[in-house]
Design a protein around this ligand. Structure first.
Ligand code: BGC
Length: 713
């Protein structure tokens, strides 16, 4: 029998209701309250009654801990309303998958679904009910550390990956086995901090919001995400956490979102620091008016809402609507029927890091790396070659990357270990980044080697939350290593691990560059398979790599300018440009090499004009020029040449991942309909305009063949 949550709500006192709207760390429920009363409990103005009325908990170690906390909690909760456990399960729980930015480079949303599915299977047995994922923030500034958690700079791709993640986490039945509720974040626009500086102000027009920044959240909600986390930033001067336009007009009224909303960590209280509330009581008032259901980490609701209600400032119905949504989610998760639901220490041991999960993680990793450069076919390597390994990550096991709390880097293999295991003739020469430390015998070892593998990049703390960088070249003196190897006339293959697009100008001398991001538990094996051609690189960038920091933001889908620059290398004077830098990025959106090489024919259109009810077929011949099989992601972009508002110079509308055998030719077909030719106005409405469109097809956003057609009235 499903629980009637409305009846339950009627039995609740006002403090019990308000308690549901508070989220605390599980620690509070097991702490010795007498002893701890002088610490955070005092600072947050909490007492035992308030603590044991909290509705949700943030983060949990494992199934045993969850069961202990839930038992203690239920023993003291008058109505026996179970705690809901939320946690950041971002790219895997114990089995770590590639970081989201890497995952998106596979250009296969099914990989996001698989990664989320495996993460949910593992997290659920550990007692997690809701994950704070996916992050659906559109990103355009690689200085921002959290681009590593994103699906890149394109709204369409972002929407597909966000929706697939939600489907993977939630499955068909939240009360079923091995599923967790998905809470999409950070609503809205958190991916656009000024200067890429973490927690800095965001200033987005409604056109920018509707034209791209909202797309990821919208698609996640359409896919059924049961939670939405608000962002730290303001939109139009109003902190997202208390932003009625975002939380009521867009989320509830327009998108019909019926799940729960939750603050980001402490973000209700931080409304004070934004200067958008007078005091804590005011922050609580503004939060509940905006339709904000759960306060994470801070305690303004629990300490002020009751008085606001009894003073007649806040209507009880606002509290009731929030609490009902929270109770409904708990019911949907099956927590009233079984508060320990899915948490199972025995199953936990069997599920975590199972062979099947590890195999999936490796498969996705193989598709997520991007080959950026490969002169004279330096790669793939022949197994008989003598390899020298250098660079700060030469012996590193740290392939998990940021946001992998439950992953264990120490148990991951390093690239060196995999190569040794495979019988490669290998010398680890040095793992630092200082040329000064290389003595004559090191230099001799480098000279003896056929190929020098340079394992370069960022560590897991150089990207992620609160880890923005102003200089996004390789940290330290790493770049010098490439020139050093080349000066010895060696073949230099740079293998990068990092969490953002980097400025790579000073390592372009390398013969080959393989971007591996953080590929997760099976990262090293996947990299070795790619280096030796056991698998072919097939990833394509989902964020442009700038030539210099001064170019940022550089993304493929900017708006046109009145003074376009048609001849980048020989520009006229009064056109859009820098006098000391090109406009184009070093590696454009969509770019990635294969060991095969593909050529494209011009797009052939089924008609030169279509009516709004007709569709347009676009076909293109794709040919594999080589004797190696390979995978190519064929990309289709549109430009709406004249509309009622200025439209981007290019917009990704479709793509196909095609496997071609040696010298094979395939005809790749796309079909475009009115929805592909439509766009959103700043008020969110969807419109289209008749006129000329350019359709372009190619291997990336900078190498396209185009044809025009007309959309008739
Ligand atoms: C992050 C969120 C995360 C939350 C809870 C915050 O600092 O911005 O993405 O879900 O912490 O860990």
């Amino acid at each position: 029998m499903p629980l009637n949550t409305k009846d339950l709500l009627k039995q609740m006192t006002i403090p019990e209701k308000i308690g549901q709207m508070m989220q605390l760390s599980p620690w509070f429920f097991v702490a010795d309250l007498e002893k701890e009363a002088a610490g955070p409990i005092r600072d947050l103005k909490l007492d035992e009654a308030k603590i044991f009325s909290a509705g949700t908990a943030l983060g949990i170690g494992d199934a045993r801990e969850m069961i202990e906390v839930q038992k203690k909690y239920l023993a003291k909760n008058r109505l026996g309303i179970p705690l809901l456990f939320g946690a950041d399960v971002i790219h895997g729980y114990r089995t770590i998958f590639p970081v989201p930015l890497a995952l998106s480079c596979s250009w296969d949303p099914e990989n996001a679904r698989i990664a989320a599915r495996v993460a949910a299977l593992e997290a659920a047995t550990a007692g997690v009910h809701m994950t704070y994922a996916p992050m659906a923030d559109l990103v355009r500034d690689p200085r921002w550390g959290r681009v590593v958690e994103s699906f890149g700079e394109d709204p369409y791709l972002l929407g597909l990956f966000a929706a697939a993640s939600v489907a993977g986490f939630q499955g068909d039945d939240l009360a079923g086995e091995g599923t967790v509720a998905s809470c999409v974040k950070h609503f809205a626009g958190y991916g656009a901090p000024e200067g890429g500086r973490e927690y800095a102000a965001v200033d987005l027009s409604r056109q920018a919001l509707e034209g791209g920044y909202l797309e990821g959240y919208r698609k996640a909600i359409e896919a059924g995400a049961r939670g939405v986390m608000t962002a730290f930033n303001t939109i139009e001067g109003v902190p997202c956490t208390i932003n009625r336009y975002l939380l009521r007009t867009i989320l509830r009224d327009r998108w019909k979102f019926s799940g729960v909303t939750i603050t980001d960590y402490d973000s209700l209280h931080e409304v004070l620091a934004h200067g958008a509330a007078e005091d804590e009581r005011d922050a609580a008032r503004l939060g509940v008016l905006a339709g904000l259901d759960i306060e994470m980490a801070s305690t303004d609701y629990v300490n002020h809402l009751e008085k606001l209600v009894t003073d007649g400032v806040v209507d009880l119905s606002l509290i009731d609507e929030a609490v009902l949504r929270i109770l409904d989610l708990k019911e949907e998760l099956g927590l009233f029927a079984d508060p320990f639901h899915n948490a199972d220490p025995v199953k936990e041991q069997l599920t975590m890091l199972s062979e099947a999960h590890l195999a999936l993680s490796k498969r996705v990793a193989l598709e997520s790396a991007v080959l950026l450069k490969n002169d004279r076919m330096a790669l793939p390597l022949h197994p008989a070659l003598r390899i020298a390994l250098i660079g700060p990550y030469a012996t590193s096991h740290e392939t998990n990357g940021p946001w992998s709390w439950h992953g264990n880097n120490a148990k991951n293999e390093s690239i060196a270990e995999v190569l040794r295991r495979r019988g490669i003739d290998l010398t680890i020469v040095k793992d630092g980044d200082s040329i000064a430390s290389y003595d004559a015998s090191d230099i001799e070892k480098l000279r003896q080697a056929d190929v020098v593998l340079l394992l370069l990049g960022e560590n897991a703390h150089q990207s992620g939350e609160a880890h923005s960088r102003a200089d996004i070249t390789l940290p330290g003196k790493q770049a010098e290593l490439v020139g050093f190897v080349k000066s010895l006339h060696g073949t230099a293959v740079a293998v990068l691990q990092n969490g953002r697009p980097l400025v790579l100008e000073n390592i372009l001398e390398a013969d080959a560059i393989l971007e591996t991001w953080f590929l997760g538990t099976k990262g090293a094996e996947a990299v070795c398979d790619l280096l030796y051609g056991i698998a072919d690189p097939s990833g394509k960038l989902t964020m442009s790599f700038p030539r210099s920091v001064g170019q940022i933001p550089v993304h493929y889908d900017g708006l046109p300018t009145g003074r376009p620059n048609h001849h980048e290398l020989h520009p006229r004077e009064y056109v859009t440009k820098y006098i000391d830098e090109l406009n184009s990025p070093r590696f454009p959106f969509g770019f990635g090499l294969s060991y095969a090489a593909f050529s494209y024919g011009a797009p052939v259109l089924s008609a030169s004009a279509i009516t709004p009810s007709e569709s347009l077929a676009v076909t293109v011949e794709l040919h594999n020029e080589t004797a190696r099989a390979g995978v190519e992601t064929v990309q289709l972009y549109l430009r709406d040449k004249a509309a009622r508002i200025s439209r981007p110079v290019l917009e990704l509308k479709a793509f196909r991942k095609i496997r071609l055998s040696a010298f094979e030719t395939q005809t790749v077909r796309f079909e475009l309909g009115l929805s592909d030719l439509s766009y959103r106005l700043p008020d969110g409405s969807v419109v289209w305009d008749p006129g000329v469109f350019t359709v372009s097809v190619g291997p990336d956003s900078a190498h396209l063949k185009a044809a025009d057609f007309v959309l008739k009235r």
